[in-house]
Design a protein around this ligand. Structure first.
Ligand SMILES: [Zn+2]
Length: 511
């Protein structure tokens, strides 16, 4: 096996084998089939929870979420009643800790086209960055260096989705196709013009459209477009480039039932409500809660976006369903993670003995762990709930508190609007110089960039959580001390239009 001159990482956001395999079998993804034919194909384990920001961040850094601090679109903050800080995760969380910056500091240039969580544009000395999703709509492509944006040509004018309000499925499809094509064109240009050690490009449309069009022929058609893009990228990269095609998580049908874990905690005696002390609640707080719960989610979101920042933060805490929980007398509360993954915050460990076993005994619980079993790092105690529960894939996490059914059916109209959701297993395919046909064993997202850099002989930091797939590649990794770590745990800018687009995809649901 020859040594690669360059590594190219291509991301198909949200691609999973249950969707991809039948399309391969039908001959509809010829470029992917050709890649697999000359290399390996494997499942790729996502983060817990398997959400876009957590997984791409762990991939970029080679670190588990206890060390990146990114477990979702918003920052968790266990010190707040809601357990959330209303700021969104962003490139401020990555800056100073990515393997891209590590390579750049060693004099190995990197290009990133649309890598998620790199907005505002991540500074990358010697390299080029087109910031990825989530990012606000701009007239000029958001890039580092900033002056590059204008030279990249058209930006945003092929996106027909209305700035405010809901887009039609046709508009969503056109926008996804446009951005995936532009990411590809920009990356192809860089592959031809530049001599980066590592180039990466991510197509976000495969994730967005899977949420909306699951089981529809139009989703398969979008995958055919992604396959055309794959062909163009492999062609532009040339024969001396090692190619890894990966996804951040997979997809599957949305749960048809939901479990209200706060109700379960309340009914099991782990949680107390503030109802008895309602006289002590301020009238305004009760009013905020009443307004929030009387409004549809979208109307509430639009109202909240117009509030000044301090009032917004206050409304945020007061309007969470858990505002009804009396935290001072409560042993445990639910922390929203994503769909079938839910956290439990233990307020009083002395009263939570047996809680983990009680959870594991429930038929709707697939697995449950203490946070120490899954994560490590400086954010373990501030941002990671004490217990992590993986529900049955057909069960999502609900947000109701107090009396009432613990398990409920999801209303049919919601299943029509949200037919699919994330699964923990994504895809990994590799081919090219230095890559063999043996698939990696138990491959995780935190391994991907470390493996790509090992293929081109770039030394890795010696404190990675991820590992190099030495069983699949013909390269022995070398290690150096990681440079001083800047950034991390940063506060990103807040942007109402971003929050709106995340709510539209169901990522910000309960508040
Ligand atoms: Zn994703």
């Amino acid at each position: 096996m020859a040594i690669a001159e360059r590594a190219l990482v291509i991301g198909w956001d949200g691609a999973g084998w249950p969707l991809v395999d039948p399309l391969l079998a039908a001959g509809r993804l010829p470029h992917l089939a050709a890649l697999i034919e000359r290399g390996f194909a494997a499942p790729l384990r996502s983060t817990i929870p398997p959400v876009t920001p957590a997984a791409w961040t762990s991939m970029a850094c080679g670190l588990n979420p206890g060390r990146t601090g990114v477990l979702g679109f918003r920052h968790l903050d266990l010190d707040r009643p809601s357990a959330f800080d209303p700021t969104l995760a962003s490139s401020a969380d990555l800056q100073g800790r990515t393997l891209f910056e590590h390579a750049a500091a060693l004099g190995e240039p990197v290009s990133l086209a649309g890598w998620p969580m790199t907005w505002p544009p991540l500074p990358l000395p010697g390299g080029v960055v087109l910031a990825g999703w989530p990012r606000p709509r701009t007239e000029v492509a958001p890039t580092w260096p900033a002056t590059l944006g204008r030279r990249l040509g058209p930006w945003g004018d092929g996106d027909p989705t209305p700035r405010w309000g809901e887009a039609s499925a046709e508009q969503e499809i056109a926008a996804a196709a446009w951005y995936d094509r532009r990411h590809t064109e920009i990356a192809c240009g860089w592959l031809r013009e530049r001599t980066d050690a590592l180039a990466a490009v991510v197509l976000p449309g495969t994730d967005h459209l899977a949420h909306l069009l699951w089981d529809e022929p139009r989703l398969a058609q979008h995958y055919e477009r992604a396959d055309d893009h794959l062909g163009a990228l492999v062609d532009a990269a040339g024969p001396n480039t090692a190619v890894l095609l990966v996804s951040d998580h997979g997809f599957g049908p949305a749960p048809t039932r939901r479990v209200h874990l706060d109700r379960w905690l309340f009914q099991g005696g782990w949680q107390r409500l503030a109802v008895e002390s309602r006289g002590g609640r301020s009238l305004v707080g009760a009013a905020a809660s009443a307004v929030r719960h009387g409004l549809p989610d979208r109307a509430w979101g639009e109202l909240r976006d117009r509030l000044p920042p301090r009032l917004r933060r206050w409304a945020y805490e007061r309007s969470a369903p858990q505002a009804a929980v009396d935290l001072s007398r409560t042993a445990a509360t639910r922390v929203e993670l994503y769909e079938s993954f839910v956290g439990v915050r233990v307020a009083d460990p002395g009263r939570c003995e047996g809680l983990l076993d009680a959870l594991r005994a429930e038929p709707w619980v697939e697995r449950a762990w203490t946070r120490e079993e899954l994560f490590s790092g400086p954010f373990l105690t501030t941002r990671v709930p004490h217990l992590i529960v993986e529900l049955d894939p057909d069960v999502g996490a609900g947000s109701s508190v107090g009396e009432g059914a613990v398990v409920e059916a999801v209303p049919p109209e919601e299943l029509v609007a949200w037919p699919a959701t994330h699964r923990r297993t994504g895809i990994a395919v590799g081919a090219g110089p230095g890559i063999g046909s043996q698939p990696p064993t138990d491959a995780g997202v935190e391994d991907v960039i470390a493996t790509a850099l090992a293929l081109v002989g770039v030394p890795l930091p010696d404190d990675l959580d991820g590992r190099v797939w030495t069983e699949s590649i013909d390269a022995t990794p070398t290690f150096v001390e990681r440079g001083p770590q800047g950034g991390g745990g940063g506060r990103g800018p807040s942007d109402p239009s971003l929050e709106r687009s995340l709510r539209k995809l169901g990522y910000l649901r309960s508040t």
